[in-house]
Ligand binder design. Structure first.
Ligand SMILES: O=C(O)C(=O)C[C@@H](O)[C@H](O)[C@H](O)COP(=O)(O)O
Length: 354
């Protein structure tokens, strides 16, 4: 696979069994496996048990939650594949949220040096972001996605029926990655998101908006799969966001990934204004909107050193410099923007005082 083409097929469909059947028949009998997570299994997958049983597909279930995005969970999948005759021609179907598709994707891309996998994302976050684009991984040493691979799934099946019952917090979390797509690439997408009615969700409209968001993600992935260059745009908000997410976990007050990214985008918009002259009127409007939707995450001066330390592990960094993706305007990105410690502390102070 080259560095400039989309390998995955993105399928928008509410006929999950039909779509899966098409893929399952491409693989040898008995060599297709299913990985999912506990809550998704209870609420979603169990009603397809009969379908998977009929196809001779065995299932492994991983405990839910970000704290289980770890090597022990990957080992459980490796062991399951190994014991049940998984081989190089196998397919692993991953059904779940971003934690599961990242983790099981990683297990698939490392088992026997890599087998095919197919993602069926069940949350908004995984539909618009995590399941698409081939970043797989796990947390390690208290660092987000510290170990992982770049390899795209053979297909991603996006079924908005799954979203009809997700809770508001998880919906809002996924929405942050869509806002990010609007900010980095498309003022039009940002406008349609601003107009979206959270309280009264129109699922047909949502399907369209999801498609627009995934198109943005695909644009960057297809031009730079392994994040050497413009794919770094997709990481807007994540340098500070991942640090917030990690410290929240350390302090036993976990926050959802999308909320952390929203907070990170607020702080990084401050840096964008300082370094790239992001326009003041848009700055106030966007940060006001994010604050209204996502509320606040409390941090104080005593957290700044640890937050900074966490940022020194960001994967975009080079030669010991913390590299941000910033914005010159909505839809205009500047990658590899180096900020010194003092300025980063100013951004954290701005955020803490909001
Ligand atoms: O696909 C990408 O590239 C992204 O950066 C998208 C992010 O929203 C996503 O959360 C990603 O998994 C973060 O990756 P990381 O490389 O910062 O761990």
């Amino acid at each position: 696979m080259g560095n400039s083409k989309i390998y995955s097929k993105i399928i928008y469909s509410r006929q999950l069994e039909n779509e899966l059947s098409e893929w399952i028949k491409k693989y040898p009998k008995g060599k297709v496996f299913l990985a999912t997570e506990e809550t998704v299994n209870q609420l979603r997958v169990s009603k397809f048990d009969h379908f998977f049983l009929k196809k001779g597909i065995q299932k492994v279930v991983i405990p839910s939650g970000e704290n289980n995005k770890k090597i022990e969970s990957v080992a459980k999948i490796w062991e399951f594949l190994s014991k049940n005759g998984g081989d190089r021609k196998s397919l692993l179907i991953n059904i779940g949220g971003g934690m599961l598709t990242d983790l099981a994707g990683f297990a698939a891309t490392t088992f026997k040096r890599g087998i095919d996998f197919l993602n069926v994302p069940t949350t908004l976050l995984s539909q618009v972001d995590a399941s698409v684009g081939g970043k797989t991984g796990i947390n390690f040493n208290r660092l987000k996605n510290e170990v992982g691979t770049f390899k795209e799934p053979v297909a991603v099946i996006i079924n908005t029926d799954f979203l009809q019952t997700i809770d508001k917090q998880n919906f809002t979390s996924g929405f942050a990655e869509m806002i990010k797509h609007g900010l980095i690439y498309s003022p039009e997408h940002l406008e349609e998101l601003k107009a979206f009615d959270f309280e009264n969700i129109n699922y047909d409209l949502l399907q369209e908006i999801i498609r627009h968001s995934v198109n943005v993600k695909e644009y960057f992935v297809s031009n730079d799969l392994t994040e050497n260059n413009i794919r770094k745009a997709l990481n807007y908000g994540h340098t500070v966001g991942h640090a917030f997410e990690s410290i929240a976990m350390e302090q036993k007050r976990p926050i959802l990934h999308g909320y952390a990214v929203a907070y990170g985008m607020i702080a990084e918009l401050f840096l964008s204004a300082e370094i790239c002259n992001f326009p003041k009127t848009d700055f106030d409007k966007i940060n006001g909107w994010l604050l209204k939707v996502y509320g606040k995450f409390d941090i104080s001066e005593k957290d700044f050193d640890r937050l900074f330390e966490l940022m020194t592990h960001d994967k975009k960094n080079e030669s010991g410099r913390i590299n941000f993706t910033l914005l010159r305007a909505v839809g205009k990105i500047e990658i590899n923007q180096n900020c010194d410690k003092e300025l980063i502390f100013d951004a954290l102070r701005y955020f803490a005082n909001l």
